[in-house]
Design a protein around this ligand. Structure first.
Ligand SMILES: Cc1cc2nc3c(=O)[nH]c(=O)nc-3n(C[C@H](O)[C@H](O)[C@H](O)COP(=O)(O)OP(=O)(O)OC[C@H]3O[C@@H](n4cnc5c(N)ncnc54)[C@H](O)[C@@H]3O)c2cc1C
Length: 478
């Protein structure tokens, strides 16, 4: 029997699996999609929030502040791109200056170190592109930026490397209490488990209702973004927020760990899985962002995307045992990415307190490295290519990603199955041409390595076919 079965492999499920894989336990993670990190975890602002925003005394406040420090530490160990760039919240009116003082007070009560209110001049000295209309700003030195999907992947890989089982394309359809445990019905048969952990993101209320009396609803809220080319990547060096409102943390302008600039999000009620972008939403994002940084060049936009928040209307996450052996890690809205590593630790503590024996393994591995060809010195590159010629073949020209790196990802604990899966692991397709050049080459490599025809290779989620047949003339895939 499985000791702990986790539903969902976004950043919450991955962090929980990683924590449990420290111990002699039989852990399984069931994920509906064909890869990890395909929910909110891949489509967000990628900010490691300092922790002045959540209401003092809440679990969210505690996990945010702990998660902010822990994420920085974990990213070092697991080779996940992270930068401690700090953040500024801008005030444009006396009323908003009052909001900055409220946030400062909350932050101090939450235990956030180093918070400081700067004058408009001081803020512009740090960030020369800020609007002249900025009156004051709250500086949070512990905030940072991270690659969200790599954080999730790194924690999921660590769990798998330490013995956890990951079942992709396995959707949970029902939960049944049987004896002292649970029978978990899925699209790939039944699983028997002593404990079930609900980390199903925007669908966490549906999973909760399968096991316990109805308690909360998820009110999905979509946020849309621009990603600007690296030519705009240095427009700001810290994350620039506006004052938060009841609709969320507002539109931000920030650097990304990949060297681009991210601008967004708006907040609109949406269907749970509606990640479409809209002309109105993007127009709002653009106009609002330019209040903070007026000279943003949206002509350098290379991509738009949207993510859906798992809001519950509460000012806290929904975490706790809701039925015997059934633990909710539900409604993990923002700052869920920041908090995830702390949520994982807390979930392990709750399970232990409930009686799960947690005997630590002496051989637990908390380490991960991947080759980044473009960051190597010329001497290191030459040595690598001499050892393995596939590192000498550049597949993605924008990001200088080699075939060797793609092959390395295919030998990792959670190999990519799709073109976007390769992109999330090695950055191929993340550059200015957005996969126009490397896309077909990645399809060929995946087809060759998996021993299938190119038309079997998908772009992203199941059903996202790229090639649909052959032309009569050439017999080529189209
Ligand atoms: C627009 C936006 C901006 C944000 N910005 C930030 C930010 O800057 N910083 C921050 O800290 N947080 C941010 N967040 C919040 C953060 O992204 C989320 O809190 C976090 O990603 C939630 O992770 P999760 O694992 O709980 O959910 P998800 O990543 O959604 O994962 C849930 C997983 O469960 C799977 N699943 C669902 N149902 C089933 C089923 N029946 N069977 C099997 N699997 C199932 C899904 O396929 C999915 O993979 C933002 C969120 C959004 C949407």
């Amino acid at each position: 029997m499985i000791d702990v079965l986790i539903i969902g492999c976004g950043v919450t499920g991955a962090a929980t699996a990683m924590e449990l894989s420290r111990c002699r336990l039989n852990v399984a993670v069931l994920e509906r999609e064909n890869d990890v990190a395909l929910g909110a975890t891949r489509a967000n602002s990628a900010i490691v929030h300092a922790g002045y925003d959540p209401k003092p005394g809440t679990l969210m406040a505690k996990l945010n502040v702990r998660g902010c420090a822990r994420t920085a530490e974990l990213c070092g160990k697991l080779d996940v791109p992270y930068q401690n760039c700090g953040s500024l919240v801008l005030a444009f009116s006396e009323e908003e200056v009052g909001t900055l003082h409220t946030l400062l007070d909350r932050g101090v009560r939450n235990g956030v170190p180093g918070l400081e209110i700067l004058s408009g001049e001081e803020a512009r000295r740090r960030e020369p592109h800020l609007s002249e209309a900025v009156l004051a700003a709250l500086w949070a030195p512990t905030a940072g930026i991270v690659s969200p999907w790599e954080l999730c992947l790194a924690m999921a890989e660590t769990a798998v490397r330490n013995g956890a089982a990951l079942h992709l394309e396995t959707a949970v359809t029902g939960l049944e209490r049987v004896g002292e445990g649970w029978l978990v019905h899925t699209t790939r048969g039944d699983f028997a488990a002593r404990y079930v952990v609900n980390a199903a993101g925007v669908d966490s209320a549906l999973i909760h209702d399968m096991a316990a009396p109805h308690e909360f609803d998820i009110k999905p809220s979509r946020g849309e973004y621009y990603i600007l080319d690296k030519a705009e990547g240095k427009r700001v060096s810290a994350v620039i927020f506006q004052c938060p409102s009841e609709r969320g943390k507002g539109v931000l302008v920030g650097p990304t760990v990949h060297g681009n600039l991210i601008v967004g999000p708006n907040a609109e009620a949406s269907a749970p899985h509606d990640t479409a972008t809209t002309a109105e939403g993007l127009d709002f994002v653009k106009r609002t962002a330019m209040l903070s940084v007026p000279d943003l060049n949206f002509g350098q936009s290379i991509r738009n995307f949207a993510g859906v928040r798992a809001n519950s209307g509460r000012e806290d996450f929904v975490i706790g045992f809701k039925a015997p052996g059934f633990l909710d890690l539900a409604a993990i809205c923002s700052p869920g990415l920041t908090s995830a590593s702390a949520i994982g630790e807390y979930a392990a503590e709750l399970l232990k307190n409930d009686g799960l024996p947690m005997e630590e393994k002496p051989d637990f591995i908390l380490e991960r490295r991947r080759t980044r060809f473009k960051d190597l010195t010329p001497e290191e590159r030459a040595a690598l290519v001499a050892r393995e010629p596939a590192y000498g073949r550049v597949i993605c020209r924008c990001e200088t990603v080699t075939e060797g790196e793609i092959l390395e990802s295919l030998r990792s604990p959670i190999p990519p199955r799709t073109v976007d899966g390769v992109k999330r692991r090695v950055n191929a397709g993340m550059g200015r041409c957005q996969g126009g050049f490397c896309g077909p080459r990645v399809v060929d490599i995946l087809a060759r390595e998996y021993g299938v025809t190119p038309d079997a290779i998908e772009q992203d989620k199941a059903g996202s076919r790229i090639l649909v047949g052959k032309t009569k003339e050439a017999g080529a895939d189209v």
